[in-house]
Design a protein around this ligand. Structure first.
Ligand code: GLA
Length: 689
């Protein structure tokens, strides 16, 4: 594995959008699927919609190199030239997202493998072992060729490395991966004795005499060693990143002034890659997000993904590289978006920090596995609602050009920690039904409902700027990170820690003396035993902290509050009746709360409301339920843009309570004088005076 680039050696490059007027607008463009007349029509339609940036050549390896060493650049040369004459900027891909059939036939050893040995063959996409040296050589060769061919092309604005790296194969168990895993472990631990200590191999006769004996956690008769599993998660995220780094550095050598990115999947469903560790290596963070048609609250999941992307980007503006105009093709039932939903989705991403709105894909394919996935130009053609909506969106994004480069500000932080996601869901635990992201998203949703804009930050984040800090199920925690959380409370923040947090150190060794180990003193709570509930079992929780009476399920704990810790809600029935469920303790100038159970929505909502009030982070412009309000600020803080997105079927108004919204609404051009009307399903963006 390669060494990461230090910030000092990062080359200076141009901003990806230096030549754009306003926000980016476009999508994946796959002209290789179409004949000339369609490609010519594409240009007319792109002009009509106001497209200004396209991702090109993502899945083009087999088109460019149909047989080994035989290269056909005609269509790509033509595409680059045409897009340039149309004034469209290109995010040019390395074409490596899927190896061509001749490569996997010649080198079947590059195919990835599952834990049970199943080989993932060619015929779909992404059938390569990310660590295999033969694949790496071929991928680097293709990257070099593309970079050398288009290095001086005036359309080139950004490099798009591979595609959604790790999407289909987040964990590869091939021999190549095993060899790389051993090297990674040798690097991490230095000696096999240190590995034995970290993995606790005195247990079950697992002691290793040499790194050569170590394997990935392959299918085994029973639970594989948990630290081995956790380290394999860490390794796999690093291995996927390493692949990106190799391609990126090749691009940087040839075109040092062109920024490089890859499209992440920073969502609640993407457990494989620890994007907080990836982001420093991207010149601009790009993200893909798809709403789940079956989820009535999919706009909240969207907001979560957008905020996670902004967190990964360290607060900088980012690129929405893909979403869909309407239905996708990979969910069990692919219902289209309802009228207005695509515009709301798009501007929600912009409200939360994106400087571009892009789609998969420009033109809906007529063949292949994604032919029933919507696109900007649908099968129905121009005479369609989807196309009219695309044109409307293009107009909206031009009207919002001045927002570009501005930042979202927040004083509430929710910690998202990939090692805790991996660690808390390992097998052989108190409950197999604990889902890390359920808990993170439950807290996110509660804050969203209260109109609080939340930053999603890593466990090692600087917490100085936050008055409310929530750590849901932060299972793995280092001493340093725990100390930073305690310091935030001391300095005046309201800190909230939830169940199964602070349990282990980074080696997955339990912190002894009572749970929640690393946070026990801060919270003034000591838990003797976890008390997970059976499927369908609930307990009642009573106390002012949960709004009087709430229901909890999944998880409870046999805890005791220390002197000076207030029990603000307790179990009212069940095996732990009378024991603390929610506690609060004054710490320095702040407070530390513990929530030892999974509260229902009403209970969590009532609790969140008190926490938000205590921390003083309530929304500055209150809005009716279902109307989302977010603000972006110019870097000097002199101007702000207030986005109001009405997700409901009822007209709404902001500012009626006396908070007053005054300024100019950018989508209609109307002056706003105190009260902002936001019609049902509509979006309004006000440059605030
Ligand atoms: C991902 C991929 C695209 C496409 C879409 C479909 O985001 O990057 O190539 O497959 O999914 O939703």
């Amino acid at each position: 594995m390669r060494r990461r680039t230090t910030p000092e050696s990062t080359p200076t490059h141009r901003a990806w959008n230096a030549d754009l007027v306003g926000l980016g607008f476009g999508g994946d463009y796959n002209p290789e699927q179409w004949p000339q007349d369609v490609r010519l029509e594409d240009l007319e339609l792109m002009r009509e919609a106001g497209v200004n940036v396209l991702s090109v050549a993502i899945f083009s390896w087999a088109t460019i190199e149909p047989r080994e060493g035989e290269l056909d650049w005609t269509w790509l040369d033509e595409t680059m030239d045409r897009l340039h004459s149309a004034g469209i900027r290109v995010a040019l891909a390395t074409a490596t997202a899927s190896p061509p059939p001749w490569l996997t036939r010649k080198h079947p050893e590059i195919l990835p493998r599952l834990a049970d040995g199943t080989v993932l063959h060619q015929g779909g996409r992404q059938s390569y072992a990310v660590t295999h040296p033969v694949h790496r050589d071929y991928a680097l060769r293709m990257t070099t060729r593309i970079a050398e061919r288009y290095r001086d092309h005036p359309a080139l604005a950004l490099w798009h490395v591979d595609n959604e790296i790790g999407c289909h194969v987040p964990r590869d168990f091939s021999d190549a991966a095993a060899a790389d895993f051993r090297r990674w472990l040798a690097d991490r631990y230095g000696s096999v004795d240190a590995l034995n200590e970290a993995w606790g191999t005195a247990f079950w006769s697992q002691r290793y005499g040499s790194f050569d004996d170590v394997l990935p956690p392959l299918s085994a008769p029973t639970f594989a060693n948990p630290t081995q599993q956790l380290d394999f998660d860490r390794f796999s995220s690093d291995a996927l990143l390493d692949y990106y780094l190799d391609l990126r550095d090749t691009l940087r050598e040839i075109t040092p002034r062109v920024p490089v990115t890859t499209n992440l999947m920073a969502t609640a469903h993407s457990k494989g890659m620890d994007y907080f560790s990836w982001a420093p290596e991207l010149d601009v963070v790009a993200n893909d997000h798809y709403t789940m048609a079956a989820d009535p609250e999919r706009h909240v999941d969207l907001a979560f993904s957008a905020d996670l992307t902004r967190g990964v980007a360290g607060g900088e503006p980012w690129i929405l590289m893909e979403h869909s105009t309407s239905a996708v093709n990979w969910q069990p039932r692919n219902t289209p978006k309802v009228p207005g939903e695509m515009l709301r989705n798009s501007l929600q991403h912009v409200a939360r920090g994106s400087d571009a709105v892009m789609f998969f894909q420009w033109r809906q394919s007529k063949a292949g596995a994604e032919k029933f996935h919507s696109a900007m130009v649908p099968h129905a053609g121009r005479d369609s609602d989807v196309w009219r909506d695309v044109v409307t969106l293009g107009r909206a994004l031009r009207a919002l050009g001045e927002v570009r480069g501005s930042r979202v500000r927040s004083r509430a932080a929710l910690v998202v920690d990939w090692p805790s996601w991996w660690g808390s869901e390992l097998d052989s635990h108190p409950s197999q039904h604990l889902r890390y992201m359920d808990q993170v998203q439950a807290w996110y949703r509660a804050l969203w409902r209260l109109g609080v804009t939340t930053d999603l930050v890593p466990a090692g984040a600087d917490l100085d700027a936050y008055d409310l800090v929530v750590l849901p199920t932060t299972y793995v925690v280092s001493d340093a990170d725990a100390a930073r959380v305690a310091a935030a409370a001391e300095r005046g923040a309201t800190v909230v820690v939830t169940y199964f947090s602070g349990i282990v150190d980074p080696r997955d060794h339990v912190r002894l003396g009572g749970y929640p180990g690393a946070f026990r003193d801060l919270l003034g709570v000591r838990t003797e035993e976890f008390w997970p509930l059976q499927e369908g079992e609930t307990v009642r929780v009573t106390g002012k902290a949960v709004g009087g009476d709430a229901v909890a399920d999944l998880w409870t704990e046999k805890s005791r509050a220390a002197d000076g810790t207030e029990v603000v809600a307790a179990y009212a029935d069940g095996a732990l009746a009378g024991r603390p469920a929610v506690t609060r303790r004054e710490v320095g100038s702040g407070r530390a709360w513990y929530v030892a159970t999974r509260l229902d929505e009403a209970g969590l909502g009532a609790l969140a409301e008190q926490l938000v009030a205590e921390a003083g982070v309530a929304a500055d412009v209150p809005a009716p339920a279902g109307v989302e309000v977010v603000r972006r600020w110019s870097q000097d803080g002199a101007t702000s843009w207030l986005f109001a997105i009405n997700h409901t079927a009822a007209d709404a108004a902001l500012g009626t309570d006396g908070t007053l919204v005054t300024g100019t609404e950018l989508l209609t051009g109307d002056a706003v004088d105190g009260v902002l009307a936001v019609p049902a399903g509509a979006v309004r963006v006000v440059r605030v005076n």
